[in-house]
Ligand binder design. Structure first.
Ligand code: ADP
Ligand code: MG
Length: 253
């Protein structure tokens, strides 16, 4: 495997007397897509936001690309891209102008058109953020995480609420980002998505990691216990019907 780019050791987060993250440890390797899976309230967002320098930890150690979170949070900020959940973009600006604004803030020289093309939003260059569909909004907010050319990108439930086509379109975008050499950390409630995208996943339950491996290995481990899924009689499911009837292309105009 490649180099460790993130190393988390015995991470704890208390909110008052409630312990949301209970001493978790994991590594993320360079250029992998790493999934954090777990039920609502498991501690996924808390963990991500601590690594992103947006939330204080209670205890434990976090190293990002050799930088210690306690000593060099500013340096960590420079090499990460964080997708904002509630995107507070300036309402008066169109997508091109928003990208130009971010380029100014990060002191980067990036072509807005090239970036919009990468996320399949070239036709929307002159549109305002609020005029976009749900899938387009998500793709734009992922695009904004790329402006500072980060080495690590954090995506917290980027596909929640999207239709099947928009979800697939975002999957391809995440793969593209990884192919360009970035490391991606993603949370999702969709297991098909985790299986398709992630090289490795950690499953968190009530603030503890209960399993961590590649999706394939985790499935094999379960099968080795004698688990057997009730035999599926049909070789397609309702999602296949939906995609077959409505097509793979995006419908959000
Ligand atoms: P997840 O992203 O896995 O759904 P979170 O990290 O958002 O979980 O939350 C983990 C737990 O911590 C939940 O029980 C949540 O209610 C609690 N929590 C999150 N943020 C705060 C906060 N600012 N104050 C108090 N409790 C919080
Ligand atoms: Mg969350």
């Amino acid at each position: 495997m490649a180099n460790k780019i993130i190393s988390v050791r015995n991470l704890v987060k208390n909110y008052g007397s409630f312990q949301a993250v209970k001493g978790i440890s994991f590594d993320v390797y360079e250029s992998e897509i790493f999934g954090l899976l777990g039920p609502n309230g498991a501690g996924k967002s808390t963990t991500l936001e601590i690594i992103e320098t947006l939330r204080e930890k209670t205890s434990g150690e976090v190293i990002v690309d050799g930088l210690n979170l306690d000593k060099q949070p500013g340096e960590i900020k420079k090499i990460i891209g964080v997708q904002l959940q509630t995107s507070g973009y300036y309402p008066g600006l169109n997508l091109t102008q928003l990208i130009e604004l971010f380029c100014g803030l990060y002191n980067r020289d990036i072509s807005p058109m090239e970036l919009l093309e990468m996320v399949n939003l070239k036709d929307k260059a002159r549109s305002k953020f609020k005029e976009l569909s749900g899938g387009q909004k998500q793709r734009f907010s992922v695009a904004t995480t790329l402006i500072n050319q980060p080495r690590i990108i954090f995506l917290d439930e980027p596909t929640t609420g999207l239709d099947p086509q928009a979800r697939r379109s975002l999957w391809e975008l995440v793969k593209k980002i990884r192919e360009r050499g970035a490391t991606v950390i993603i949370t999702t409630h969709y297991m098909d998505e985790a299986e398709y995208l992630c090289n490795r996943v950690a499953i968190i339950d009530s603030g503890k990691i209960v399993a961590m491996d590649s999706p394939d290995k985790l499935i094999d481990n379960l099968l080795a216990t004698g688990f057997e899924r009730p035999r599926e009689m049909k070789l397609a499911n309702l999602e296949d019907v939906f995609i077959s009837l409505t097509g793979h292309s995006l419908r959000e105009e």
